[in-house]
Design a protein around this ligand. Sequence first.
Ligand code: NAD
Ligand code: TDX
Length: 340
Amino acid sequence: MVKVLVTGGAGFIGSNFVRWAHRVHPDWHITTLDKLTYAGRLENLKEVMESPRHVFVKGDIADAAIAAPLVKQSNIVVNFAAETHVDRSILSAGEFIQTDIFGTFVLLEAAREAKDLKVFVQISTDEVYGSVATGESTETDELKPRNPYSASKAGADRLAYSYWATYQVPVIITRASNNYGANQFPEKVIPLFITNAIDNIQVPLYGDGLNIRDWLHVEDHCSGVDLLIEKGTPGEVYNIGGGNEVTNIDLTHRILALTGRTDALIKRVADRPGHDRRYCLNTSKLKSLGWAPKAQWESGFAETVQWYRENEWWWRPIKENDPAFREYYKTQYANRAPHA
Ligand code: NAD
Ligand code: TDX
């Protein structure tokens, strides 16, 4: 059996990766290490919880007593664990520094002592390049992160690289664009707007709505990471992008159309401070290894909307019964000024 450690595997992308890898790799034994923060949901893993090829460990990647032995016994480590929401990092950045940077450091230190580690995948993000007005970011571009979340991720990205350059830990760094799909926590724009629209609640569009994101289906992200585990070169960085550049206002119109609502639900609110205008990735490096995204934007997006329509059991308890989410929503949106 190949011993695989997936950190952050109860979150959005991590859980999609665990379920996906469990299906396609019958020779993998997967350990999920997750702190179960507000974003970690055990229900995301119910498909694998009873499997003899999967074990769940509740714990913090920054806690060496728990994390280090798991890293040391692994052949493959994929580090998804992070604080991930830009808006939360603007309200309070401490947890981002602690988990995204210090937590990654703890895992990397343990990886130095791992005997049979083939690859350590550090999941970084396209946000580390900062806002790109025109053209595409390539892996050798300068990093210019502009918010506390992306700055923390850039720190972890370069720290991981340093462990390859200095200690030959077999690190591969991935920088993916915005993901969409099932099980995304309803603070992020797509699930927030879909679930608000289902409930006929206004959707808070930041600024002029012309910011652009490049949307990647979460399963295409999983297949990219999987291919890199097999074929990536240690010490290298790989972009993973969907090639679907969409303005936020177009995205909003699409969501409203698919949920049978009108533009009357759009509430134009004050912009996010330091709001990156556009991200766009050049993905030729990953494509040269044989990867191509499978999802078609229009149908993949419609299926995603359908998933949230059919799985109210998954998001409604978070939005309606979780006091922490309600508190966050109030802080973020209740007194937000209108867009100037
Ligand atoms: P998420 O917020 O849905 O999930 C994060 C998971 O990490 C949760 O299960 C949480 O409980 C866990 N976690 C947080 N702190 C932890 C800690 N200290 N120890 C152990 N577990 C901890 O995030 P996501 O959207 O699935 O993102 C996963 C990774 O992908 C992150 O590293 C993120 O930076 C990166 N990424 C995300 C996107 C995107 O569009 N969502 C795009 C590019 C890169
Ligand atoms: O209420 C909102 N209104 C709005 O207009 C929210 C939550 C977002 N937005 C805008 C801001 C962005 O331009 O939508 C866009 C997407 O926002 P998010 O879903 O918060 O994602 P983003 O900030 O782009 O970051 C995401 O992609 C890169 C993930 O959260 C990161 O973890 C990942 O690294």
